[in-house]
Design a protein around this ligand. Structure first.
Ligand code: CDP
Length: 585
């Protein structure tokens, strides 16, 4: 595709150094020699103009495409909103695959299993991540009709998916990410829970066990529960639920894997149950999808709506404006996106799911001087996300007026409940924003800062060192900034132990992930989940000395607080980790 011409009066992008490193490595269009042929201004204009152009398809559109292109460009380059990575990489290019999240079915036959491997390869090549449920596969050692032999079972086939992923680098530079899910009542569940025991095994997968309400009740009552062979629907043994839960907790303590997802809860929120059952999420867990469905995500940077003079310190009018533009952007992305499979295109166009979320939450709290681990922060989280959902829905209703509701609307739960009509079957999702937050220079998703000053290992050993700007500003304001202090904070990451040097008021506000009690990680996740159609990406980060009991409590709290799943990570439990403070790097 030809380079779009830059308008002469377009404001060039001001970009931070880390963002420039990431963008030039992975995002800029490259020429035949592998060198970038665009800069950040050209990249954002390519994305803004190509997504705005979709507007021309709709005669009832209320905004001219040229005006919209400018608005999208400003929105992104003022770091107020960013779409997920594949949109930044591929919009306006020949590849044109713009979604980060896919779920593929894995059927119980060699043909279907290898179809899924092939489809996953095609998706990874285009920059998307894939989730699969392996629950339909017959268990290990079950009979195979056609050959009279015995089946290998889900874990054995998972290895093939993992190896295939290893060979295909996403979008040329990043490895494909996968989610592998197995129902807790699958006969091979114990093998699955132990599958990542050896470090490095299945390294291209996150694993999650799909827990059912029946299973959770059996844990509570310390009862046995039946294992069901999916191909015969017959019982194939029984296990004590509490013992399985304990094993799961222990493995998560050892390596962070597997996580858990509450499958019944996810299906209770399935907006179109007549189109099928949800069996899996995308790789990081925030996006449950039907088989062959894809979803594109985008995130509002909350750090940019701080306004001390406004109600609760938030510029609600600006937030509303951002949300409405973002929803239009994400809906246009659906039309602009080209998918590697016709089935996926059909499913996506049927439900038109989008996932608008937030990032920069910890940065907003820092600016407001509200500690992350406080009831005040939890209340504000509810208020902010309720606003995002309400305004997101209003924007989707407006789009339905201009463009029609999503085709499966009539059979959706919204029609049944008299909500809508909407343009999109889901509107909100909270993504991890691993790369987006680097580009926007904000804290990621709804996570607390990992450290106030830290080194980040990204992309083949490259190290980025960052100090939180709000923290630095606060130190200067209080008159306690010094180079020496900065160095000692960089080494420690946290200021919790610095009572002798820093005032209490600062130490309370500038908390980092491991200063925060698990219960507040969970309360925050639950607060955002309450107003999120899809799910919330959240890792409960724990210090190295956290116990198995801590993990058990977290899993249980996640269940009780209405979360759709949870992931834990104990500092230093794996030898290679993405984020580290000065001490451990
Ligand atoms: O920040 P960015 O848009 O790159 O991605 P993210 O918010 O960290 O992750 C959102 C989703 O993108 C994940 O849940 C995956 O579905 C997908 N992803 C992927 O496929 N491969 C990666 N290396 C990172 C993310």
């Amino acid at each position: 595709m030809a380079e779009p011409t830059l308008p002469a009066d377009l404001k060039p992008v001001e970009i931070n150094t880390n963002a420039e490193i990431v963008l030039s490595k992975r995002y800029y269009r490259k020429g035949g020699d592998g060198k970038p042929v665009e800069n950040s201004t050209q990249m954002f204009w390519r994305v803004a103009s190509s997504i705005a152009e979709e507007e021309n398809k709709y005669p009832k559109s209320t905004v001219p495409a040229e005006t919209l292109a400018r608005q999208f460009y400003d929105l992104m380059t003022e770091w107020k909103f960013l779409p997920n990575s594949p949109t930044l990489m591929n919009a306006g290019t020949d590849l044109g695959q713009l979604s980060a999240c896919f779920v593929l079915p894995v059927g119980d036959s060699i043909e279907e299993i290898f179809d899924a491997v092939k489809f996953a390869a095609m998706i990874h090549k285009s920059g998307g991540g894939t989730g699969f449920s392996f629950s339909r596969l017959r268990p290990k050692e079950a009979r195979v009709g056609s050959t009279g032999g015995v089946a290998s079972g889900p874990v054995s086939f998972l290895r093939i998916f993992n190896t295939a992923t290893e060979q295909i680098k996403q979008g040329g530079t990043r490895r494909g990410a996968n989610m592998g899910i197995l129902r807790v009542d699958h006969p091979d569940i114990l093998e699955f829970i132990r599958a990542k025991e050896r470090e490095g095994e299945f390294n291209n997968f996150n694993f999650s066990v799909a827990l059912t309400e029946d299973f959770m009740k059996a844990v509570e009552k310390n009862e046995e529960y039946p294992l069901i062979a999916p191909h015969t629907k017959r019982e194939r043994g029984r296990l004590n639920a509490r013992e399985v839960f304990e094993l799961l907790v222990r493995k998560a303590w050892e390596s962070g894997d597997p996580g858990i997802v509450f499958l019944d809860r996810i299906n209770r929120d399935n907006p179109t149950p007549t189109l099928g059952e949800i069996e899996s999420t995308n790789p990081c867990g925030e996006q449950p999808l039907l088989p062959y469905e894809a979803c594109n995500l985008g995130s509002v940077n909350l750090a940019k709506v701080f306004a001390p003079e406004k109600d609760a310190g938030v510029d609600w009018d600006e937030l509303r404006r951002i949300i409405h533009l973002a929803v239009r952007f994400l809906d246009n992305v659906i039309d602009a996106s080209q998918f590697p499979l016709e089935r996926i295109t059909e499913m996506v166009r049927m439900n038109r799911k989008i996932g608008l979320g937030v990032m920069g939450w910890a940065d907003l709290l820092y600016q407001l001087r509200i500690p992350y681990n406080s009831q005040e922060a939890v209340h504000l989280a509810e208020r902010v996300m309720e606003f995002v959902l309400e305004e997101g829905r209003a924007a989707s209703r407006q789009l339905a007026k201009e463009r029609g509701e999503f085709p499966a609307y009539a059979e959706s739960v919204y029609a049944e409940r008299g909500l809508g009509p909407f343009r999109n079957a889901t509107i909100t999702t909270i993504a991890p924003t691993g790369t987006l937050s680097i580009i926007a220079g904000c804290s990621s998703g709804i996570e607390p800062l990992f450290a106030l000053s830290f080194a980040r290992n990204v992309m083949d050993g490259e190290r980025l060192v960052e100090t939180n700007p709000y923290f630095e500003a606060a130190l200067r304001e209080e008159g306690c900034w010094s180079q020496k202090l900065m160095e000692s904070i960089a080494a420690k990451g946290s200021v919790r132990q610095m009572a002798d040097i820093l005032p209490d008021s600062l130490r309370k506000v500038f908390v980092t992930a491991m200063d925060i009690e698990p219960v507040y990680h969970l309360k925050m996740q639950a607060a955002f989940q309450q107003y999120t159609d899809n799910a919330v990406s959240k890792t409960v980060n724990l210090p190295h000395d956290a116990t198995v009991d801590d993990i058990r409590n977290i899993y249980w709290m996640a269940y009780e607080q209405g979360c759709k799943g949870v992931t834990v990570y104990r500092d230093g439990c794996l030898s290679s980790q993405v984020l580290c403070t000065g001490d451990s790097s």
